[in-house]
Write a protein that binds this ligand. Sequence first.
Ligand SMILES: Cc1cc2nc3c(=O)[nH]c(=O)nc-3n(C[C@H](O)[C@H](O)[C@H](O)COP(=O)(O)O)c2cc1C
Length: 253
Amino acid sequence: MTVHDIHFSARGTTASYARAVCTAIGLPTISSNWLRREERREADISHDDLLVFSMPVYGGFIPALCRDSAVLLLGHDTPAIIVAVYGNRHYDDALVQMRTLLEERGFTVVAGAAFVARHSIFPSVAADRPDDDDLDEARSFAKRALESIGRTGRLALPGREDHDSLVFKGSSFHPCGDDRCIRCMACAGICPTGAVDRADPRMSDTSACISCGACIDVCPVSSRGYHDEAYRAAETTFAAKCSGRRKNEIFLL
Ligand SMILES: Cc1cc2nc3c(=O)[nH]c(=O)nc-3n(C[C@H](O)[C@H](O)[C@H](O)COP(=O)(O)O)c2cc1C
């Protein structure tokens, strides 16, 4: 059995959970991060293999780019484990959405988890997560999920079946560069939607930007970030609302 680890991770937390799950499974693994355009490619995954599909939660769903990329996957009643990684607010309909997308593509979802991580827009929220306890939980989830392969039935998950994932219109905050920008174009290279202006990389097309934050982490001079006043006020309010430690949740067939 080969494990196909397909995730989207802009700021690393979803990748950390995907790595913990796949390492605990301990089988040969092929990993793709859909952040990178060249890693968003067709994957025809045999019945005898396993898909581990790990996505961050954006507005209660998976990122629209990932929803639309699900057509690249083809299963043959292939078992799948789904992992939704969220920033300590809620994962809402993301797990149900992932199950539906994968069922439509020929997969059987045998286990799901919602794991908490640092919020990628407001990084003071759940700042130190995933921590060692979280990653232990991810590893133990992986072992239990393996035991679910071959069981029959439909995995029960919280969330609405009749959700409309098109309702999330994106964040109102978008990273940009300031006068420290050295025009190295690293931000333009990493941006999954090509939103960074190549003529003036301090600017982004806010209608294309998905606020994933990959450009912030790749900037070698810390030029990119959320520089406006409204953002600072929103972070304070959001951090106050989401200050309690939320628990990880797992669901098994
Ligand atoms: C546009 C956007 C919307 C988000 N919406 C939610 C949300 O609805 N609920 C939540 O708890 N976290 C939300 N988050 C936080 C991410 O789910 C979380 O930080 C995740 O760990 C990011 O993964 P990464 O580090 O792999 O990029 C959002 C982040 C972004 C960028």
